[in-house]
Ligand binder design. Structure first.
Ligand SMILES: *Cc1c(COP(=O)(O)O)cnc(C)c1O
Length: 412
């Protein structure tokens, strides 16, 4: 999809608006599949939390993917979107045993990441296949909010607890059919990833009934032109060799699984918003848009970079702008950005808006969450309507304070 397509969508639907390019999602899916074409059984489970619109899930299901979920609500969305229970894996962190039991009843693959729940679940359901999430204690990625495999992380069962883990699985006679790690987002160093994989292979040798090994996700995608991304092709070549060797030693063709979120959808997404005000101060020119961190929180939350283009005046003279939102707090999308000259009413587009943008949106400042559009076969399709004032009021209860006060009088 090109700039003219985005312009026509902006003119048709207005802003703020999320737009997703189906072709790019498919391209990324094929790219990852091809990188691991040397593995006999490959399973790509899309991480729902990155972008969970039901039409996106359905589209990804039709590409042949499975689904990675972290809550029972995501499991239900996946089932509604057409995923079979057997193609869904549930990888929660710190949820209740009751929720895990409910998901297990659907027939979804359970992945457990702590010894307490493992023991309770194992005693209650000795025959249900369970995957275990291991924390290999490697440091992947730079941002402390998204790096989850290091020593202080709350995720996974520590490799230092393997003896304890084995006592539990043997005592309860659990059926451990999978082993998993997810070291966090922003993997750059393939050697670090392969090192973590070696730890996973070592751990896997303790279990005789495995059917898959899940290497999680965290592939880095480019945000700027000069950004380095995970070299998926190199990772594919090197991990395939190690995996196939492991299977030969283990004596069984296992499935190699991944759970890509950002890799599949980040670059497919664009966020469009209209400029309300151009404000010139002594040192800065602010472009204030009709949106805020209620719709795209990543710059304020992670300090992440999203490229910004002016699609209403793409050939204009470039000037420096700080692009900010309307939230009554510091709300900066980008400082000192070189953007072609902006006029009030122009549409700006933010790139890499597919992953963790709409799914992290809120009603802060009592604003509506925007509509979503899927661009497929050169046509724009609405896949979520913009909220209305009714949605803001929907679950709120307006108390009748006269009644409340009356009761107080009676009781005293
Ligand atoms: C968030 C998450 C993913 C997806 O991570 P990305 O960086 O978006 O690819 C995969 N697996 C688990 C368990 C997760 O929590």
């Amino acid at each position: 999809m090109n700039q003219a397509d985005l312009q026509s969508i902006a003119n048709e639907f207005g802003g703020p608006l999320y737009v997703y390019d189906a072709e790019k999602i498919e391209f990324q899916y094929r790219r990852l599949s091809n990188a691991f074409s040397g593995v006999k059984n490959l399973r790509l489970n899309y991480a729902t939390k990155a972008l969970s619109n039901i039409s996106i899930l359905s589209y990804i299901q039709k590409l042949g993917a499975g689904l990675d979920t972290v809550s029972i609500q995501e499991v239900r969305l996946g089932l509604q979107a057409g995923f079979k229970p057997s193609s869904i894996i549930y990888t929660p962190n710190g949820v209740s045993l009751a929720e895990i039991e409910e998901v297990a009843d659907y027939g979804v693959q359970i992945n457990i990441d702590n010894l307490s729940i493992l023991e309770q679940f194992g005693s209650k359901y000795p025959n249900t296949p369970v995957c275990i999430r291991i924390n290999p204690h490697v440091m992947a990625g730079g941002n402390s909010n998204i790096s989850v495999g290091h020593i202080d992380s709350k995720f996974g069962i520590s490799i230092h607890q393997i003896p304890h883990l084995l006592r539990i699985t043997e005592n309860t006679k659990m059926n451990i059919n999978g082993i998993h790690m997810h070291t966090g987002s922003d993997i750059l160093d393939i050697d670090v990833f392969l090192h973590a994989s070696e730890i996973l292979f070592e751990t896997a040798k303790n279990f005789k009934n495995l059917s898959f090994i899940d290497f999680g996700s965290g592939f880095k995608v480019p945000y700027k032109k000069e950004d380095i991304e995970t070299n998926i092709e190199e990772l594919g070549e090197r991990l395939t060799g190690k995996f196939n060797q492991f299977c030969a030693d283990y004596g069984k063709e296992l499935t190699l699984a991944f759970e890509p979120g950002k890799f599949l959808v980040s670059e497919a997404g664009y966020f469009i918003s209209k400029v309300n005000v151009i404000k010139q101060t002594t040192s800065t020119v602010f472009a204030q848009i009709d949106s805020g961190f209620n719709h795209l929180i990543r710059p304020m939350f992670y300090g992440s970079h999203h490229e910004i283009e002016n699609i209403s005046n793409p050939k204009g003279r470039e000037r420096f702008y700080s692009v900010v939102g309307y939230i009554c707090e510091t709300d900066t999308f980008g400082s000192n950005r070189k953007i072609s000259e902006i006029n009030e009413g122009d549409f700006l587009v933010f790139k890499n808006a597919g992953a963790y943008c709409q799914t992290m949106a809120s009603n802060y400042n009592s604003r509506y969450r925007p509509a979503e559009v899927l661009w497929i076969n050169n046509e724009a399709h609405l896949i979520r309507k913009e909220e209305t004032f009714q949605d803001i009021l929907h679950n709120q209860v307006l108390l009748n304070f006269d009644k409340v006060n009356e009761r107080k009088t009676v009781s005293t």
